[in-house]
Write a protein that binds this ligand. Structure first.
Ligand code: KIV
Length: 258
């Protein structure tokens, strides 16, 4: 049965929630067929499949194009589209229009925005207009030019701010919130405090769910892989070996057979 934001929200406390990124029809088919209830069309596709160095350059048109491909591959999972850098940081009207494009053109069920209390008005407006929102606090990849890739919430003051951000995102109406690179004890406290599920990435085992990147989980990536990632398969050497064998067999006329 098709997942909804309400259903995902209601899983808190009864079932841990697996979330995985997908970037096209093929990866989406695999994720959906595995029964993973939430597929995130992450702006990490900038790095993992488009070859940009960061998530900053990826555009709305590129994200909508990939979201539409993911939608064609998904039957049941909730499809969350990641709003790219500068698609929601301007006026509320501009942000709402862009979020609407993900639902209308991309077939998404929800959108994700980075930021805590400062995004509360935006989240409230989107939810009031029928657009479910997944929040995202902690390390914000779209802000790494300011923060660098560092664990967030390590001082008392920063931990306090992150808790306030989590509560603001919940109050604004988000159905769940991603906690990225947050100390495990702080993630545990936030998880205990919130009524909505927390989805961790590099945030320890106590969150209500976990999110990882498709290429990292399968050992397919070409770039840096963070230390908290677990490779559930190591497909890169198998692909390299298969392609080398193909090349060799063609060059040596071993393939095709008569
Ligand atoms: O873009 C992405 O893939 C993400 C998750 C890893 C949280 O934002």
């Amino acid at each position: 049965m098709k997942q909804t934001a309400v259903k995902i929200r209601s899983l808190k406390g009864s079932q841990k929630i697996a979330v995985l990124t997908a970037y096209d029809w093929l990866s989406a088919r695999y994720v959906d067929e595995a029964g993973i209830p939430v597929v995130l069309v992450g702006d990490s596709l900038a790095n993992t499949v488009l070859g940009y160095g960061t998530t900053i350059p990826v555009t709305m048109d590129e994200m909508v194009h990939h979201t539409a491909a993911v939608s064609r591959g998904v039957k049941e999972a909730l499809i969350v589209a990641d709003m790219p850098f500068m698609s929601y940081q301007g006026t509320l009207e501009h942000a709402l229009e862009n979020a609407g494009r993900f639902l209308k053109e991309g077939g998404a069920d929800a959108v994700k925005v980075e930021g805590g209390a400062m995004r509360a008005d935006l989240i409230e407006k989107m939810v009031a207009n029928g657009i479910p929102v997944l929040g995202h606090i902690g390390l914000l990849p779209q802000s790494v030019k300011e923060t660098g890739f560092k664990t967030q919430g390590k001082t008392d003051e920063a931990a306090h701010k992150l808790m306030a951000d989590a509560l603001a995102v919940e109050k604004a109406g988000a159905f769940a919130v991603v906690l990225e690179c947050v100390p495990a004890e702080l993630a545990q406290k936030i998880t205990a405090e919130l009524k909505i599920p927390t989805i961790g990435i590099g945030a320890g085992p106590h969150c209500d769910g976990q999110v990882l990147v498709f290429t990292d989980v399968l050992g397919l990536g070409h770039g840096h892989v963070p230390g908290f990632v677990k490779k559930f398969a190591d497909l890169k050497p198998q692909i390299q070996s298969a392609l080398a064998t193909y090349k060799k067999e063609v060059e040596e006329s071993a393939f095709p057979k008569k």
